[in-house]
Design a binder for this molecule. Structure first.
Ligand code: PGA
Length: 250
């Protein structure tokens, strides 16, 4: 019998949070210590908070992740942070290829794949984001776009640590809109099939997260969908009570 995939709920704080925000993490730690979660819980704060957040969060089992990394391990890249540095700060995961970076910084699939390789080399599990825009969905191209991003952003080798894919329709991020459950099921099924065809067992066991306006009110319905192995949560991860409600929906 194969062991079931442990779901993962990851909070993406984006460019939000200072030391004052650690109070929310203390609160979340208390809640999770009282009722241990049925999933892996990851918080991806800004790089400045990785180490202090890890110190607070680790005892309750919360794991820390970066939001982005450079493909090179070190060098003359002013302002960038390497995967090694993120690991050194205590992280175990790093988000790569978030649509905000693809759109605003022109990040290509090749660059995202380089970042994912760097992450794995540093011992981190990459959370590789894919997703179509509103126009692409309207034109019936959603699956084609996501399949292309998967083919080109996911490294050739995914190793034993495996990878995490986050399906985030760009139009659902921060908008309060979500796809229908049927649309999510369809896309996650396609992603699972493509990963399994390419990577076999490692693909069959990789976690596929849904992201985009996940909140306490819709988390249970989304997390119940086949091949949804967790969520990547933006806005609703900033407050301990909201994030805890999503974690509890697993
Ligand atoms: P949102 O963001 O939950 O605020 O829509 C999700 C994300 O961008 O990862």
């Amino acid at each position: 019998m194969t062991t079931p995939i442990t779901p993962l709920i990851a909070g993406n704080w984006k460019m939000n949070g200072t030391n004052a925000s650690l109070a929310e993490v203390r609160r979340l730690s208390e809640l999770l210590t009282a009722t241990p979660p049925r999933c892996t819980v990851v918080i991806c704060p800004p790089a400045t908070l990785l180490a202090p957040l890890n110190a607070i969060a680790a005892p309750s089992g919360i794991v820390v992740g970066g939001q982005d990394c450079h493909p090179m391990p070190s060098g003359a890249h002013t302002g960038d942070v390497s995967a090694q540095m993120i690991a050194d700060a205590g992280a175990q995961y790093v988000i790569v290829g978030h649509s905000e970076r693809r759109a605003r910084y022109g990040e290509t699939d090749d660059l995202v794949r380089g970042k994912a390789v760097a992450a794995m080399t540093a011992g981190l599990t990459p959370i590789i984001c894919v997703g179509e825009t509103e126009a692409e969905r309207r034109d019936g191209k959603a699956e084609e776009i996501v399949a292309g991003q998967l083919a080109n952003s996911v490294p050739e080798q995914i190793g034993q640590l495996g990878i995490v894919i986050a399906y985030e329709p760009v139009w659902a991020i921060g908008s309060g809109l979500t796809p229908t459950s049927d649309d999510i099921a369809q896309m996650h099924g396609t992603i699972r099939r493509l990963l399994t065809e390419r990577y076999g067992e490692a693909g069959a066991r990789s976690r596929i997260l849904y992201g985009g306006s996940m909140k306490p009110a819709n988390a249970r319905e989304i997390l119940d969908i086949e091949n949804v192995n967790g969520g990547l949560v933006g806005g609703a991860s900033l407050l301990a009570n909201d994030f805890h409600a999503i974690i509890s929906a697993v």
